[in-house]
Ligand binder design. Structure first.
Ligand SMILES: C[S@@+](CC[C@H](N)C(=O)[O-])C[C@H]1O[C@@H](n2cnc3c(N)ncnc32)[C@H](O)[C@@H]1O
Length: 181
């Protein structure tokens, strides 16, 4: 709540993600090799679901911009690779240079962040992805929005999660190919 009062645009949610929303997001991460990158982990509801789903500590990389929430995450998940940083700098993070990325799981409030920031973040998502990488994003817009669509991705599936405050839609996109410049 303190972080929400300090920075409502970046927190973008009144309540933490429910366990149902967190589980829905985690369930869309494909099994297999490669890093799973979580953007905007906040209080760690989705982080917990990813670990419970079987994503290994070796594969999980968590990115959070708020210093207070990063400190909280470090305490809650000892051993998790945590980057206290901005998702708009994804391609510069050393922890992401070592292995291909299997999935990017985002709780970033794309509807409340400034448009140019959203563009930067989605461009970075495209830049670090390769064919098959999944981008999983939730939104409170229950229908008809292209807000989570990064370049080179195609919509894969969507699930509405009613047991969240407010209800949310989880969308999964699959990276097909780098678009021509
Ligand atoms: C909706 S909240 C997180 C919800 C989280 N699933 C939970 O249950 O706590 C969004 C989070 O994104 C973080 N955030 C916002 N902009 C960011 C950015 N550019 N890079 C990394 N994290 C960011 C905020 O600090 C906040 O923790």
């Amino acid at each position: 709540m303190r972080e929400l009062a300090r920075n409502p645009r970046e927190i973008g949610a009144m309540c933490p993600s429910s366990p149902f929303l967190a589980r829905s997001m985690a369930s869309l991460v494909p099994a297999g090799e490669g890093a799973v990158v979580e953007l905007g982990a906040g209080g760690g509801a989705v982080t917990a679901a990813l670990l419970k789903q079987g994503v290994s500590l070796r594969d999980l990389v968590v990115v959070e911009r708020s210093a207070a929430l990063s400190a909280h995450l470090a305490k809650r998940f000892p051993g998790v690779k945590l980057i206290h940083g901005d998702a708009a700098n994804l391609s510069r993070f050393e922890a992401l240079q070592r292995q291909p990325i299997r999935a990017i799981v985002s709780s970033l409030p794309l509807r409340s962040l400034r448009k140019h920031v959203v563009r930067q973040i989605l461009d970075q998502v495209s830049l670090v992805s390769e064919p098959g990488t999944m981008f999983i994003q939730f939104t409170y817009a229950l229908r008809g929005s292209d807000q989570g669509m990064a370049r080179g991705f195609e919509r894969d599936q969507a699930q509405v999660v009613w047991r969240n405050l407010p209800p949310a839609r989880v969308e999964a996109f699959r990276y097909r190919a780098r678009p021509a410049e």
